[in-house]
Write a protein that binds this ligand. Structure first.
Ligand SMILES: C[S@@+](CC[C@H](N)C(=O)[O-])C[C@H]1O[C@@H](n2cnc3c(N)ncnc32)[C@H](O)[C@@H]1O
Length: 299
């Protein structure tokens, strides 16, 4: 991934360029050694943030003064473009399928239901927010109904081309594409789409209320938003919060204050403010800590 997202960007929003440079140097120094990179990044955060007070002060500073779009500071490099193109192949699409089918039979049993909820009728214009690794994209694309089209967006070209790989693998190039876009400025006209969906991407995005407003803008009246998100944000954030003595029951309030994913209740509340009503909610509590929920809302 080219961009760091959400909590790291929040904590380092005043030093974003330096933080990205640090991560790039780390990647170059220890390629293929995730544990070493993770430990070095943790040490960097501990050193820069310092204490529980420092952590909370940074969150509060962002809540009051943050919000700028980090993509403005991270231009694409030549090698990123070539790497992204490699993700657009049918071979990569087949690899995404294998990965998605592997988890859909195991801890991510919600994936098929997510795809089914999105494809609730024929002839739908569907927008996906956050291609990422393409697991949700696979779930939607593999169940695409007659006449429907799918545009999968991400601001990371490496991720967005996973959607093109899946389209090639499925022979769906005439009805499906990846599109480089920022959720905060979607390149669609008002009320132009039938369905918007996101699998696990609002968990890792910043400025979630603004994104929900923007997504609602492009949805037609009566259009649906299918949202799949972690039930418990602490699962993802504890590695950043625990070292500073933040307790699990403080997590949601801190995230909410900084306008980040703060559990299904927080998301549903923000969605209601954006003009979306709850149609359905299904919770999954597999053994795996990444328990998720699939929520269907309508404009
Ligand atoms: C966890 S991944 C999504 C997982 C993916 N849907 C899947 O099922 O494999 C989150 C993605 O959201 C993207 N993202 C986060 N904030 C964004 C924004 N404001 N605009 C566009 N993409 C964003 C990130 O680049 C990342 O690829």
């Amino acid at each position: 991934m080219l961009f760091t997202t959400e909590l790291q960007d929040v904590l380092f929003f005043r030093e974003h360029e330096a933080y990205v440079r640090f991560k790039e140097e780390l990647d170059a120094k220890y390629p293929g050694s995730y544990e070493v990179r993770a430990a070095a990044a943790q040490a960097y955060r501990l050193e820069r943030i310092g204490s529980r007070e420092g952590f909370i002060a940074r969150m509060e500073d962002y809540a009051q003064n943050g919000g700028a779009d980090v993509t403005e500071f991270v231009p694409l490099r030549r090698e990123d473009v070539f790497e992204a193109l490699r993700n657009g192949t049918a071979e990569n699409g087949a690899a995404r399928r294998e990965m998605a089918e592997g988890i859909a039979g195991g801890w991510a049993m919600h994936l098929r239901d997510y795809g089914r909820a999105v494809n609730y009728a024929d002839n739908l214009a569907i927008l996906e927010l956050g291609t990422g690794a393409g697991m949700g994209t696979w779930a939607v694309a593999s169940q695409l109904r007659p006449g429907s089209v799918l545009v999968s967006t991400d601001f990371d070209p490496l991720c967005v081309k996973n959607a093109d790989g899946i389209a090639r693998h499925l022979g769906l190039q005439d009805r499906m594409t990846g599109l480089l876009a920022n959720f905060r400025r979607l390149p669609f006209a008002d009320a132009s789409l039938d369905v918007a969906c996101t699998h696990y991407a609002l968990d890792e995005a910043r400025e979630v209320p603004a994104i929900l407003d923007e997504m609602t803008r492009v949805l037609r009246p009566g259009g649906r938003f299918i949202l799949c998100a972690r039930v418990n944000p602490w699962d993802r954030q504890k590695k950043f919060m625990e070292p500073f003595g933040i307790a699990p029951d403080e997590c949601d309030a801190l995230l909410k204050r900084a306008r980040m994913h703060c559990g299904p209740e927080g998301l549903t509340e923000w969605a209601a403010r954006a003009g979306l009503a709850l149609l359905d909610r299904r919770d999954y509590t597999p053994e795996h800590s990444h328990a998720r929920t699939v929520i269907t809302l309508a404009k």
